[in-house]
Write a protein that binds this ligand. Structure first.
Ligand code: WQD
Length: 350
């Protein structure tokens, strides 16, 4: 059984990826600094296993700590080795992800995201663990008025995006220094939404959701009064922004596929777009959400949000060809699964 270290494994994407890895027979070591909800999330991951007659008890371990702490990370690797469960690879999610907050507090983002990643890669190198799937983002591209392909120049428009580009460049330099041993995949996510179909885990924004989907779910439950649609004068089919929404379960599967690909192929450093290749306007998302959940989301148009762009949509030919991965869920699934999570957990994991 292979052992995978998942940094940020208690987060929205990390927790769904851990479930996918456990269901696929991996052992998972979760490193996360989240103090508040860790027990609840771990218990729910195990509960999902039980629902599928799988016992995750001995296959998921949690280590509370910060990836900027080299001693803590080294201890995690040492403990795994002492237990006879050497860490075979790392999936690296840990980091801050708010565009708005990164503009207000860039130093925090450069410290946590970049220094944290450098520390992790340093410990991996010392421990001779040289396979990593990195949680990157479509934000690295900046604005292009076309479907995004991995070969485009990277021109992020916010500090968060710059940290993701910086981490990809650090990984490129590490790879170039030791091409015979490092296996690296940068997964550039588009807009992950939805939740696990059981409703046991899902997106758990700390305060008022910045992202549209959790906000819509809270409007649907009456937690928020209405959705403000940021601009209806964009150069798109209905004047609202186009995004490439992908079900979190498909995104989790993409991580497992990338991991298997790296472990079964020669050392390499690849960039992969993880989206659906389908564009959806904000008004189309609202309409699909209403149809799927038989509800009526109250909304009004507001000014454009700083930093937004008209369209962000993936070209997924490369990931489909290399990983033989394709998204299985449609927008309706995303809307149904996302609201189910919110209904069952109006206050998130707390
Ligand atoms: C989607 C659309 C808004 C909220 C961000 C990050 C990206 C990635 C995903 C980390 C936009 C509109 C939003 C609202 C609205 N995260 N909107 N009212 O901005 O595409 O991407 O999250 O990797 O890096 O940039 O996602 O959900 O914030 O916005 O009208 O209350 O919904 O204008 O067009 P975004 P989002």
């Amino acid at each position: 059984m292979k052992t995978i270290l998942v940094t940020g494994g208690l987060g929205f994407i990390g927790s769904h990826t851990c479930v996918n890895l456990l269901e696929s027979g991996f052992r998972v070591l979760i490193v996360d600094s989240n103090k508040i909800a860790s027990n609840s999330i771990i218990q729910r991951i195990k509960q999902i296993g039980k629902l599928n007659n799988l016992d995750f008890t001995k296959k998921v371990l949690f280590f509370e700590g910060d990836i900027r702490d080299e001693t803590f990370l080294t201890n995690v690797f040492d403990k795994a080795r002492k237990n006879g469960t050497n860490i075979d690879a790392v999936i690296h999610f840990a980091g801050l992800k708010s565009v708005k907050e990164s503009v207000r507090n860039p130093l925090k983002y450069w410290d946590v995201n970049v220094n944290g990643s450098i520390n992790l890669f340093r410990v991996m190198n010392q421990q001779n663990c040289k396979t990593v799937v990195f949680s990157s983002s479509a934000t690295v591209y900046g604005y292009y008025n076309k479907d995004l392909t991995e070969d485009l120049d990277l021109n992020p428009s916010n500090p968060y995006g710059f940290t993701k580009v910086a981490i990809e460049k650090v990984l490129k330099n590490i790879f170039d220094s030791d091409k015979d041993n490092w296996r690296i995949a940068n997964l550039r996510y588009f807009n992950p939404i939805g939740a696990h179909p059981t409703g046991l885990i899902g997106e758990n924004p700390k305060n008022i959701p910045e992202n549209i989907f959790p906000y819509i779910c809270q409007v649907a439950l009456g937690i928020r009064n209405k959705l403000f649609v940021f601009g209806n004068d964009w150069p798109t089919k209905d004047g609202t922004c186009v995004r490439d929404y992908i079900h979190i379960m498909d995104l989790a599967e993409a991580h497992k596929s990338a991991l298997n690909f790296l472990q079964n192929n020669d050392p390499q450093n690849i960039d992969l777009n993880i989206g659906t290749g389908k564009g959806t306007t904000v008004l189309e998302l609202i309409a699909e959400f209403n149809f799927a959940n038989k509800c009526s989301i109250n909304f009004e148009f507001a000014n454009r949000r700083n930093g937004d762009v008209a369209q962000i949509k993936a070209d997924i030919k490369k990931v489909s060809s290399i990983l033989k991965w394709n998204p299985k869920n449609n927008l309706k699934n995303m809307c149904i699964d996302g609201l189910k999570w919110q209904k069952l957990n109006p206050n998130g994991f707390e």
